[in-house]
Write a new protein. Structure first.
Length: 297
């Protein structure tokens, strides 16, 4: 069985690209007992479980999952916290589901989440940035939020950016910095009523396809307003995803023994062990001096 990829709510589950993509798992997290039973069953069935969590360690859901992992004393449950907006997190889950059907080990799969997240361009078109605290907002932009009809394009990942849209047309329209590789864009939400994402941003980013999906339930809280159209663009071809992860050097975790890529184990969170120190040039020079015969120069 492939490694199970879990998310914390059903609205973070995107439809699979093909029949080979395994479904996402949404364990019941309403009670500690239900979560314990579900996670134990998943480990027994799949061997390993990778649960993606929003980077909000104070949330009750995150605390419950950490409690479950501690109670089960299982080193086969990875709790991967990702600082992505909800739709970006859903896209990352879909990518990991695609890769879980490949020949990657659970350790490589878990630690690849941080790598893949770097290639996801996640943002939103907002009707107000007055309550946005996830991306730096200038005082001037805050003031313009109160202007009727104002719209702001915000990029949260991989590099924060904010521009006001609708001021000019054509070549003068401000745009967000986009990816320099082929992507598929997901768009969710219909507020504010604008097709700017599909008609302006998508062509500028040269996306290869655009798909409309339901808006995740946590998106209004994450972006600070219910007037939004969220978008996320990323790699979607499994062969390209496979090549990206395969190109990174694999190491062995010195703590739990699983494979990993990058600088941290996805399961036990142990950092990559530093390489053994080599003698400094000064030490080698001193050794050479000591090795010379007495009186030699």
């Amino acid at each position: 069985m492939p490694t199970a990829i879990a998310v914390t709510s059903p609205d973070l589950v995107l439809p699979p690209h093909d029949r080979q993509t395994p479904p996402a798992v949404v364990p019941p997290l309403d009670s500690l007992e239900g979560a314990l039973t579900a996670l134990h069953a998943l480990v027994e069935q799949h061997g390993y479980v990778i649960a993606l969590l929003p980077a909000d360690t104070g949330s009750p859901v995150a605390q419950r999952l950490h409690t479950v992992r501690s109670v089960l004393e299982s080193d086969r449950i990875a709790l991967v916290e990702v600082d992505l907006p909800p739709l970006g997190l859903a896209l990352l889950s879909q990518q990991l589901r695609q890769l879980s059907a490949c020949d990657f080990s659970p350790g490589v799969l878990a630690s690849s989440a941080r790598l893949l997240a770097h290639y996801i361009y996640a943002g939103a078109l907002l009707g107000s940035v007055a309550k946005l605290d996830r991306v730096p907002v200038s005082l001037k932009s805050h003031a313009k939020s109160w202007v009727p009809g104002a719209q702001f394009a915000v990029l949260a990942n991989p590099r924060p950016q904010l521009v006001r849209v609708g001021q000019t047309a054509g070549a003068g329209e401000p745009l967000l910095a986009g990816p320099e590789f082929g992507t598929r864009m997901l768009v969710a939400g219909t507020q504010p009523p604008s097709d700017w994402v599909a008609t302006t941003l998508a062509p500028a980013w040269q996306v290869q396809a655009v798909a409309t999906v339901p808006l995740p339930a946590q998106s209004p809280r994450w972006w600070g307003t219910p007037r939004l159209a969220e978008f996320a663009a990323g790699l979607y071809d499994v062969s390209v995803l496979y090549q990206l992860v395969s190109s990174v050097r694999r190491e062995e975790c010195h703590w739990c023994g699983l494979e990993l890529i990058g600088d941290r184990c996805g399961f036990c969170a142990a950092p990559l062990a530093p390489p053994p120190e080599l003698p400094t040039p000064a030490v080698r020079a001193a050794s050479s001096v000591r090795a010379l015969p007495r009186g030699a120069t």
